[in-house]
Design a protein around this ligand. Sequence first.
Ligand code: PHE
Ligand code: NA
Length: 466
Amino acid sequence: MAQRETWATRTGFILAAVGSAVGLGNIWRFPFVTSEGGGAAFLLVYLLFIFLIGFPAILVEFVIGRRTKLNPVGALRELGSGVWKYVGYVFFVTAFVILSYYSVVAGWFVRYFIIGVTDGYDDAVGQYEGEAGDDTIPAELLFDSVATGLDSILFHTLFMLVTIGIVALGVRKGIELAVKVMVPSLIVLLVGLAIWAATLPGASDGYEYYLSPDFSEIAANWTTLLPAAAGQAFFTLSLGMGVMIVYASYVGEDRNLAKDGGIIIGFDTAIALLVGLIVFPILLTATPDPDGELLFASPIGAIFTAVADAMTEVPDVLGLLFFGVVAVAALSSAISILEFIVAYLMDEHGFERRPAALLAGGSVFALGVPVTYDLVFLELFDYFADSVLLVLGALLLVIFVGWVIPDAALDEVSKGVDDIGSAGAAWIWAVRIPLVVVLAITLALGIVDYVGFLTGDFADWISANL
Ligand code: PHE
Ligand code: NA
């Protein structure tokens, strides 16, 4: 492969990586899996995963990328041998599966943005006023109508077309600028909404649910909490798929990878935590329950339901900005995934950029269509990608760095660092043993969980619908 450029500006790498990391993982998926995992119990396991596993794991991808200056498939082929060259195919499958439903969910954000512009949230939610029952609120019914059917497929199409267009044209510069504007405005908006949510009657119940973990719940549910938290940690940090290998392949030797990794993780985690501070007070205000249980039918729609409900009390423009900014954040993440597939097709199979973008984007679009038909397909794809494929990808990379190229990795991580002391060796040790063990156990639990879903909920759906 020809010589690689490094990022034009010193912050280019961080901006691109933050643009990939910050997205639906923080804003849609985080509150959704947190409520499925019981709130604070999930949050604690998730935070442990982010800092104890996510941080060493992001460094694993960074050192592979900067060392080889190649795409993940090429990198593993060059550094490893034999079976390692096939690991790239796992990433390829993961990227396809994730982007397919990512685009559908991103389409919902675009749809909600449009609702704010045309009908206003008050009217849109109000039309379901009469239909809501004891355990549903009108805003939830609005979500149901957006999530599947004609609207859903329309906005999936739109979102995918824009993603394909940008990747086909290869416009890198625009993305750096978009991230520079998007991340600060997202943080300002989220802080504003969190302050407002703090004034709600359900705020203290919401905080309790979100922030005060019941340790007996963790002990009782660890076999499901572990794979769910790991899947969310890798998803939100764009790990386990090789995307961060690609970004790091453009990084100069003078950058301190550990420091940059810390900044990226810090932004991503702060944004997710803020989202929780908004969603749970709103939801526990809308559906208060004496036992502190969350009473909404579809956790998948938690963020949509919460924000649309909130917008009936605050000016629509806030909601409009929120959904709009998130759609942009989702776009920069989606681009990072499609760009990853396209780079692979170009580097490894001699494709031109435009046909590669069209072919890959078109197939991803088709794969996402069933999701717009029934949300059971969202679960089918999302659980498989996150609790199985991303964890598998991360495990393979960790084994690779820890056992196949530990010396090169130690050398690489030391570059750009003033005095690494024994930190580098500690990192290699953590990667070689604890990370491999934890990820192997998590993967096994994730597979068991997923098989449970296939033979349970999914089999039920099939027999009810076919
Ligand atoms: N990290 C992105 C998000 O939080 C999603 C993503 C996953 C992007 C994997 C690239 C690779 O939305
Ligand atoms: Na994220």
